[in-house]
Ligand binder design. Structure first.
Ligand code: AMP
Length: 433
């Protein structure tokens, strides 16, 4: 299947070619004809599958084939959960629509609204927005949605996770009843299906392979390592010149800063992005990473959501996420649209339970790199096990605080390994990758 088979108009075909796309991705093959037929869509697809083009291309075509007369008004609204995604979607509209005369703009919070209201006043065909800033500008009278023809709800499940569902409902309430709606979500939990049922009319369902199988082509590697040695292992791994660009994930903002500082201290230029950074700092870091000015970007899950870096060679999970789906989302940043990618995960003793859940979710064991300089030693295993047990006991102690200050008797906590013969917590079944 080629883009020519999809009945696209010449200016779009030319733009797609200039982007270097040769074949539509599966979600594009499925969604483009349905949107062009003016049907609603319930789409199950995650970032990295080419879903932005799957809605942007036919939306541009429908709008340009039916240009309205008179002053410009917003004809399409795309609602997306994060600023980074909003910016990327806007860039996609610019790329695919560059030979058309449709205008578009993006609005999101965390920055001055002046440039956004100026763009709105000038008149637009397509508005890309995050929910908070959109509602804000609607309340101020800068945005009117009464002439929307096509509404796209992007990453609906993430909207739910981030607590935006009521905002989404408020926006939907202001849309005309007669409209085309395209609904995309990476997962379809019950709440999302309920929401979809309230805003879609006889939708056509399109779905690409569920997230876990889309990551099959990514080369996944697992490094068992003690918590204390993670930073050393990271330095060691980053020496590999094959790592052209690495997006490193940490569980916390504090952790991201710490990793970034550690890398910088040791001569690796790196930046961190997370919720405590200003929008400008985040965008600058992202631009530096995309342009190749820095090779390493450290990020938390929320900040990295939707980051689209062409040809990202490596994802490194400095910390394993406690939600399996997050693992799939993270490693999906690499291996985009058919490209190869490597996903490296560190696993310390505390993260073994997370690993178990992840492997269950993706339906396979992540290949273990059995030889590296920071394999946990018996000593480090022992002290980590003890620390872990102490922590557990301390927690238990806290929750039992009304229990008359009972002391934990044994000097060696229960579960701490006996000296002498020890079983490795990371098991024996390892092989070289
Ligand atoms: P998305 O799922 O929309 O975040 O897109 C993921 C990446 O795939 C982006 O970098 C797009 O530029 C790229 N992409 C989208 N469609 C195609 C295609 N048909 N061929 C090659 N790359 C594509």
């Amino acid at each position: 299947m080629t883009f020519e088979n999809l009945s696209l108009i010449e200016p779009i075909l030319r733009a797609v070619k200039e982007e270097g796309y040769t074949h539509p991705t599966p979600i594009q093959q499925q969604a483009i004809p349905v949107v062009l037929n003016q049907r609603d869509i319930l789409g199950c697809a995650q970032t990295g599958t080419g879903k932005t083009a799957a809605f942007a291309i036919p939306v541009l075509q429908l709008l340009s084939q039916n240009m309205t007369k008179g002053p410009k008004h917003i004809r399409t609204l795309i609602l997306t959960p994060t600023r980074e995604l909003a910016i990327q979607i806007n860039e996609s509209f610019a790329a695919y629509g560059k030979h058309l005369s449709l205008s578009h703009a993006v609005i999101y919070g965390g920055v001055s609204q002046l440039a956004q209201t100026t763009a709105l006043r000038r008149g637009l065909d397509i508005l890309i927005a995050t929910p908070g800033r959109l509602l804000d500008l609607m309340q101020q009278g800068h945005v009117h949605l009464n002439k929307i023809e096509i509404f796209v709800l992007d990453e609906a499940d993430r909207m739910l996770d981030m607590g935006f569902i009521n905002d989404v409902k408020k926006v939907v309430a202001k849309l005309p009843h007669k409209r085309q709606t395209l609904f995309f979500s990476a997962t379809m939990p019950t709440d999302i299906i309920k929401l979809a049922n309230t805003i879609l009319t006889e939708p056509v369902e399109v779905a690409v392979t569920p997230p876990s199988s889309t990551v099959d082509k990514i080369n996944q590697q697992l490094y068992y390592v003690s918590k204390a040695d993670k930073k050393n292992l990271l330095q060691y791994i980053l020496k590999d010149k094959a790592i052209k660009s690495a997006l490193i994930f940490t569980r916390t903002k504090h952790g991201a800063d710490k990793v970034m500082r550690e890398l910088s201290k040791n001569g690796t230029k790196a930046l961190a992005i997370h919720g405590n950074k200003s929008q400008n700092a985040r965008q600058n870091a992202l631009n530096d990473f995309k342009s190749g000015a820095i090779r390493v970007l450290v990020a938390t899950d929320i900040a990295a959501r939707g980051i689209d870096v062409d040809h990202l060679s490596h994802v490194i999970n400095f910390d394993l996420p406690n939600i399996p789906e997050t693992y799939v989302h993270r490693i999906g940043r690499t291996g985009r649209a058919g490209a190869d990618g490597v996903a490296i995960s560190f696993c310390d003793i505390e993260e073994k339970a997370f690993l178990k859940d992840i492997q269950k979710d993706i339906g396979k064991a992540i290949p273990v790199v059995a030889e590296h300089p920071y394999l946990p030693s018996a000593e480090s295993i022992k002290s980590e096990l003890i620390a872990l047990e102490m922590e557990k006991l301390a927690k238990k102690g806290k929750s039992n605080s009304g229990y008359g200050g009972k002391k934990f008797g044994s000097a060696k906590p229960a579960g701490a390994p006996a000296t002498g013969k020890q079983k490795s917590w990371y098991g024996k079944k390892t092989y070289k990758n």
